[in-house]
Write a protein that binds this ligand. Sequence first.
Ligand SMILES: Cc1cc2nc3c(=O)[nH]c(=O)nc-3n(C[C@H](O)[C@H](O)[C@H](O)COP(=O)(O)OP(=O)(O)OC[C@H]3O[C@@H](n4cnc5c(N)ncnc54)[C@H](O)[C@@H]3O)c2cc1C
Length: 197
Amino acid sequence: MNIELMAYTQGNPLIEKYKDITPTDACAIAAAQCYQSTPKTVTVSGCIRHGHESVIEHANFTFLVEGISRACLAQWTRHRLMSYSVKSQRYCRENAIDVVRPDTVSEDDPVWEETVAKAWEAYNTLIQQGVPKQDARYLLPNACCTSMVVTMNARSLRNFLKLRLDSHAQWEIREAAGIIFDIVMEVAPLLFEDLKS
Ligand SMILES: Cc1cc2nc3c(=O)[nH]c(=O)nc-3n(C[C@H](O)[C@H](O)[C@H](O)COP(=O)(O)OP(=O)(O)OC[C@H]3O[C@@H](n4cnc5c(N)ncnc54)[C@H](O)[C@@H]3O)c2cc1C
């Protein structure tokens, strides 16, 4: 799994007073609008604590996510308030066997290896027979790797992290949540630090 932060809320270099703002500063400016006060990051912490979370919708984060399974994708896309652009299995051919194998299945497990190989073989055979990629893919497993660009605001991301860092979440999406948490703690710690376990 590879997750990179492609972009996040930053200031406008053309306006001096906004040029160096961080995601947290943007939220502080939004919170100050509510109270017609001077922007302070401590106000943002208070807003989070008291559930005034619309304030943190002004900080956005865009990630490139690679090497997750379609099983993980199905869980991730349940988060309706994120924006997704996912590799299309309708238009892109799954050329080589590319799967995520859970640790509970050993590397040389013959059932796993044979089943995955057979699925790809059947997929390629159907395509050779003239079946469109978008239909042949019905034979591919949940383990199949995918990639996407996903954008979310800090409020939606906090909800994701609360649910997916939890021990009840499945290992793969939990791993993704852990990577994302570490990344956003570098660029906007105040918005997420209370979620640290
Ligand atoms: C451990 C775990 C097990 C799960 N098991 C299952 C399962 O067995 N089957 C299954 O189908 N799903 C399952 N889910 C998915 C879960 O039910 C949610 O769909 C998923 O976690 C997305 O969460 P969300 O709705 O809070 O996120 P988002 O869709 O991002 O929504 C964010 C928030 O916006 C609000 N919101 C969004 N849409 C609505 C709406 N229509 N009405 C009211 N409020 C809204 C809610 O406050 C919500 O928390 C599981 C999730 C977890 C973490």
